[in-house]
Design a protein around this ligand. Sequence first.
Ligand code: DC
Length: 219
Amino acid sequence: MNYDIAIDGPAGAGKSTIAKKIAAKKNMIYVDTGAMYRAMALYMIREKVDLNDPAAIAAKCENVEISIRYEGGVQCVFLNGENVNSLIRTEEVSEAASKTSVVPEVRRKLVSLQQELATLEDVVMDGRDIGTKVLPYARKKIYLTASTAVRARRRFDELMARGESAKLDEIEKEIRDRDHRDMTREESPLMQAEDAILVDTSEMTIDEVVEKILSLIKD
Ligand code: DC
C-alpha cells in the first residue's frame, strides 16, 4: 500500500508551501487539490455560469476535463487541455472556487481524480477533505491551521510583495467568509479528521513547521 500524507486546513494556513517542502524532502509527489477546484471555477467563470445556482454548475461540470501533469517537478493543472496554472490564483477565482466546490457533482468528479492519482504514487496531498474523504487511509494526517489574523496578514504580505493593492480588513473578512462556507457546506465540510494531528502555525516559521511534520512522519 502507498505511503500517503494528507494535509488539510483553512486557506492561508501554509498548506501548499509546507506540503511542497515535505514532498521534496521525502521524494513524494505533491498534489494540490485546491488547484483542481480553482480550474473548475475558472471554467464556470468563463462559461458565465451563475455561481449561486448549484444545478447550473452541476450540469456544466459534466463537460469539463481536468487533469494534472508534472513538468519539471511542478504540478500543472489542465482545463480541457489548456495549462491554466497562471490563471487560477486571482481573488475572483478564489471566491468562485469557494462557491463551486460546495456542489456535490463537482466534488465527486475531482475526488475520484485525486484518489486515482494516489493509487499511482506516494503523495503528499493538501486540501480540505483529504483526511476525511479522499484518503481516509492516509498513513499520516495533519490538520494545519493558524489564527484568522495571521492568515490575513500572510495573504496581505503576499499581495504587497507582488505589487498588488489590498486592504487588510477586507482580506480578513474574505477569509472569514470562505472559512464559513468551507466549514458549513453539506458535502465534505472542512474539519479535522479524528486521527489527524493538529499543527497551529500562527507562531511558527515555515522551517519549524516542516521540521515538526517531518518528526511526526518519522514516528
Ligand atoms: O486551497 P485553495 O485556496 O487553493 O482552495 C480553493 C477552494 O477550493 C477553497 O475555497 C476550498 C476548495 N477546496 C475544497 O473544497 N476541497 C479541497 N480538497 C481543496 C479545495
